[in-house]
Design a protein around this ligand. Structure first.
Ligand SMILES: Cc1cc2nc3c(=O)[nH]c(=O)nc-3n(C[C@H](O)[C@H](O)[C@H](O)COP(=O)(O)OP(=O)(O)OC[C@H]3O[C@@H](n4cnc5c(N)ncnc54)[C@H](O)[C@@H]3O)c2cc1C
Length: 390
């Protein structure tokens, strides 16, 4: 692995930094509602779109800049590290557009890709169900053929971002007579279709990003199938593979740690949070060691992908470490802040707008989202170390 960036990549990082210096106001930095620990602002997304920052990794024929995976990682790292609210378009840009470019029809590509690039379309993910999470192939939401349409019935849950999205990327069962991996199809469904009910779920951090989505006889044209009928498992697996570095997980730590440092430097009022206290200083140094390690684990994934290698256990290692680093670091910051750390963001006594407390809550959920730490450890044990399944 080559640890250095090319002069062009350094220039890109500089340009993004300069753009953010000029455009990332404190209002945008403090946007509260988040998806995957990243704030959501459609207005900010539109500004990025206007400046051509969305879709830089897509081929030029789709309105992208044809940039490489490392460049895209640098872009996301800079955005998230500095606290930019890119959550409105992140999933659509990062996961859905590449899947649609490979598996979608021409009509889907023309309809969807330019809208994402313009900052006008957000797509959420409809995989999990009340009884389906880690074992995704057991999903029960059904899609039954009816002329030129399919009729969808079922419930999706823990859905991030449905409340601001236009479309849901939905995995549904279209064949009940074959092994469970073989009867799944992916659909793109307009979230304002008749029969869809979105019930927001507020999590324990009082962030309303989740939803329960009920499909009651929702009619979807066959032209909205992505890939082939009954072959959705492969589309899903590939979709989950897109940009697996997970750089956001560690990058989001930096903006909080820097804000936290500024705060305790100016608000130390006892030995517990005094930056002159060697215990406090050592703990902060440990936090930096962890985020730096997490960063290089994430770079390694991007580098492997840029060389055409398929990260497997490496992606799981990066996922576990990134999620658990956030958890450990926010725990450390909360302990240093003492009782003030637990004050909710709605109170003006809350240090740095309650970001540490939110990160602590978020750290827990990031060990569950996109495959739990236990599942990642299973992958590392089996595919990385050759240990038996049971
Ligand atoms: C912040 C967040 C955002 C999310 N966003 C979305 C989204 O946008 N769209 C979407 O579809 N879903 C989303 N999810 C749901 C997420 O994908 C699931 O929560 C996750 O896959 C786990 O599934 P589950 O909750 O059903 O838990 P389960 O799969 O029921 O697992 C329960 C517990 O058992 C453990 N376990 C399960 N199987 C094994 C095994 N084989 N070996 C060892 N331990 C095991 C798990 O690790 C876990 O601790 C999100 C979740 C979170 C927390």
């Amino acid at each position: 692995m080559d640890f250095s960036f090319t002069p062009e990549q350094e220039k890109l990082r500089f340009d993004i930094g300069e753009f953010l210096e000029n455009n990332l106001t404190s209002e945008y930095k403090n946007v509260l509602y988040d998806v995957a620990g990243v704030g959501v602002s459609k207005e900010f997304t539109k500004m990025l779109a206007k400046n051509g920052w969305i879709g830089m990794q897509w081929p030029e024929s789709y309105g992208g800049a044809g940039m490489g995976i490392m460049e895209y990682v640098i872009y996301r790292e800079e955005m998230v590290m500095r606290g930019a609210p890119i959550g409105y378009h992140l999933t659509a840009e990062n996961q859905m557009a590449p899947s649609i470019i490979i598996n979608g029809t021409d009509e889907q590509k023309q309809r969807i890709i330019p809208s994402i690039a313009k900052g006008e379309m957000s797509i959420c993910i409809g995989y999990s169900e009340p009884n389906t999470g880690s074992d995704l192939a057991s999903l029960q939401t059904r899609a039954d053929e009816d002329g030129d349409d399919f009729i969808i019935n079922g419930v999706k849950t823990w859905n991030s971002g449905a409340i601001h999205s236009e479309l849901i990327w939905l995995a549904a069962r279209t064949n009940h007579d074959v092994p469970k991996h073989k009867g799944i199809t992916v659909f793109l469904v307009e979230l304002d279709s008749p029969g869809i009910t979105i019930d927001p779920i507020q999590n324990m951090a009082r962030i309303g990003g989740f939803s329960n989505i009920t499909f009651d006889n929702v009619r979807v044209p066959k032209s909205n199938i992505v890939g082939e009928l009954d072959q959705g498992w492969y589309v899903v697996a590939q979709n989950l593979d897109f940009e697996r570095s997970g750089i956001e997980r560690v990058a989001s730590n930096y903006s909080i740690i820097y804000d936290f440092l500024e705060y305790i430097k100016t608000h130390s009022n006892n030995t517990r949070n005094n930056v002159g206290n060697s215990l406090v200083r050592n703990r902060i140094a440990d936090m930096f060691i962890e985020v730096e390690v997490g960063r290089y684990l994430a770079y390694n994934i991007a580098w492997m992908q840029s060389k055409g290698l398929v990260p497997n256990k490496e992606a799981s290692i990066s996922k576990v470490f990134g999620a658990e680093t956030t958890k450990r670091n926010s725990q450390a910051m909360l302990e240093i802040l003492g009782m003030y750390g637990g004050v909710d963001y709605t109170s003006h006594y809350s240090p740095i707008q309650g970001k540490v407390l939110r990160s602590w809550y978020g750290g827990i959920s990031s060990t569950i989202a996109a495959g739990t730490s236990e599942i990642q450890r299973n992958i590392i044990a089996m595919r990385g170390l050759g240990l038996p399944r049971t």
